[in-house]
Design a binder for this molecule. Structure first.
Ligand code: G1P
Length: 288
């Protein structure tokens, strides 16, 4: 099988839960301390062997392209001042990595966003999809695990984790088969079920490795009741042939599409810095 070297980043969402910040800043550029969510996602992808980044954008998202542009003048200035630590922060993308920007046109759902990448993917090729607002801190690269599992079987592979009952209706939810070393066949998948009808506690999180053939399923998938094309509905069509598997995430995930997840992610990263940790402790103790 051809090596998996392309990743799709759907970044055309409206980010309404972060208005007014997201009037001019795409939600994927919101920072965890000093590094934007999209930068974390891109670093994860590159570490997992991705060489081509495909951003599915909306009209207001030029800032994402700007973020990955080199800044030669500022770079030269920092170099002249011998400020290598600042040069390192400017270098947001290795020069060997290719960037492609594809406008989504209309925000018609995750499935519609992924479908826009179809011209970039060759027949028989598998590709990754990363939702940058699922911020993951894990001992080993989460996308790498998916790539290994997908390369082994050739099946569409998604990442799942156990989700609390009161949050399950915000996720795609799978019915797993039996687990073997953290991997299971998927027997059913439902987009955002009510808690009472969820087939399990395992919610889909924003990492996928998909075969090129998924574009056929996406084209055939109709709009849902919100007038969106859901990736979950297309993936459901792969189940009959045993073509869908899931990998359980090892690590901590923060839903940075929500305010509470975003605040917790910032706290999680901040307390790993000894100086910030001390200041946070002192500040929180004043609330006790
Ligand atoms: C999307 C998917 C959903 C998945 C989630 C993970 O939903 O449609 O199946 O569980 O991402 O973050 P969204 O968060 O875009 O509503």
């Amino acid at each position: 099988m051809k090596k998996i070297t392309k990743a799709v980043f759907p970044v055309g969402g409206l980010g309404t839960r972060f208005l007014p910040a997201t009037k001019s800043i795409p939600k994927e550029l919101l920072p965890i301390i000093d590094k934007p969510l999209i930068q974390y996602a891109v670093e994860e992808a590159i570490e997992a062997g991705i060489e081509t980044l495909i951003f599915i954008t909306s009209a207001a998202k030029h800032a994402i392209s700007d973020h990955f542009d080199p800044m030669p003048d500022l770079r030269a200035k920092f170099m002249a001042q011998d400020k290598q630590h600042l040069v390192d922060k400017l270098d947001t993308l290795p020069i060997t990595i290719q960037r492609v920007f594809i406008p989504q046109g209309q925000p018609l759902g995750l499935g519609h966003a992924v479908l826009q990448a179809a011209p970039m993917i060759e027949q028989g090729e598998m590709f990754a999809v990363i939702l940058a607002d699922d911020f993951i801190q894990a001992p080993s690269n989460p996308l790498q695990k998916l790539i290994e599992a997908a390369s082994h079987t050739g099946r569409a592979t998604l990442s799942v984790e156990a989700v609390a009952d009161d949050r399950i209706s915000s996720y795609g939810v799978i019915a797993p088969g039996s687990w073997d070393q953290g991997i299971t066949q998927v027997n059913d998948i439902i987009e955002k079920p009510a808690a009472a009808s969820a087939p399990s506690e395992f919610g889909v999180i924003g990492r996928y490795v998909l075969p090129q053939s998924v574009f056929g399923q996406l084209k055939a998938t109709g709009m849902d009741h919100n007038q969106e094309i859901q990736l979950t509905d297309a993936l459901h069509e792969l189940i009959a042939d045993g073509g869908l598997q899931a990998v359980q995430l090892q690590g901590q995930r923060f839903d940075c599409g929500s305010q509470e997840g975003f605040v917790m992610a910032n706290l999680h990263v901040a307390i790993q810095n000894p100086k910030l940790q001390q200041q946070i402790k002192t500040y929180l103790s004043s609330w006790e």
